[in-house]
Design a protein around this ligand. Structure first.
Ligand SMILES: Cc1cc2nc3c(=O)[nH]c(=O)nc-3n(C[C@H](O)[C@H](O)[C@H](O)COP(=O)(O)O)c2cc1C
Length: 238
């Protein structure tokens, strides 16, 4: 059995974990061309590989893309999808959308494609028999681990979901039973914005956590619990 000392985080360690969480940002500009040392890349990939997975299935694979030619071709997958995505907006939203930088595929020195092998023969179906989508959720957990570890390494990560995935599959030779879950741009950056870029650009605002809390059932009212859960916030909002 582990001692209490080993189970506990010191206040400084705990603070560091929360710092990584609150200061993680989606990065798509300000990438520096500085190469990412292989051992640093290895550490963030290993953090991803230690993510939780359904039945311990570990459904992920990681495609490391450094080639400028491949990144250029992936950028074409973005251009194709972005043309279609923009068509969903009009007026002011369209103008705002057009001004957003939504990827750093060519600027980031490393791109990663994190995939989910839906037929991976590990985990003996535990959990997945009931909910087959849990392998995809597991892969997203691996991505978040990588994202937080990257922040602790001062590496920016941007998730690009606006891609023509059929084009991407062909380009990266991804077999049909493997799903490209996340396409990530990784590199050192000159700054980590304090707030989400979409917030500062006026696209969307962070919802108040207390608006998203329910007690005992969906829609269940707060009978004063929230104030004791977030005393600091309650004082600020008074
Ligand atoms: C599944 C997923 C897909 C995303 N796809 C994109 C994308 O295609 N382009 C983009 O600019 N940001 C993308 N993002 C980043 C979000 O816009 C970003 O996380 C959000 O605005 C909050 O900002 P923050 O991550 O800096 O806190 C994606 C994030 C997630 C989790």
């Amino acid at each position: 059995m582990r001692t209490r000392g080993r189970n506990s985080f010191s206040p400084t360690e705990r603070q560091a974990v929360y710092r990584a969480i609150y200061e993680r940002r989606d990065i798509r500009s300000h990438f520096q061309p500085t190469p990412v040392p292989p051992e640093v890349l290895g550490r963030i990939l290993d953090a991803a590989h230690h993510g939780p997975s359904v039945g311990f299935m570990q459904p992920w694979d990681f495609i490391v893309i450094r080639s400028a030619a491949v990144r250029e071709a992936v950028h074409e997958c973005f251009v194709a999808a972005n043309r279609q995505a923009a068509a969903a907006y009009s007026g002011e939203r369209l103008a705002l959308y057009g001004g957003l930088k939504l990827e750093g595929i060519r600027e980031a020195p490393v791109n990663l494609c994190v995939t989910c092998d839906r037929l991976r023969n590990k985990g003996a179906g535990l959990g997945r028999q009931t909910d087959p989508a849990t392998d995809l959720y597991s892969t997203a957990c691996a991505v978040e681990n990588l994202w937080l570890a990257a922040r602790a390494e001062s590496l920016g990560v941007g998730w690009v979901s606006i891609l023509d995935f059929e084009m991407l599959r062909r380009l990266l030779e991804i077999p049909p039973h493997v799903i490209p879950v996340a396409y990530l741009c990784v590199g050192y950056v000159s700054e980590f914005p304090g707030e989400p870029v979409l917030e500062t650009a006026g696209w969307e605002r962070r919802e108040k956590l207390t608006q998203l809390l329910h007690f005992d059932r969906f829609g269940g009212k707060d009978s004063g619990q929230a104030a004791s859960m977030f005393p600091q916030r309650a004082r600020e909002e008074e």
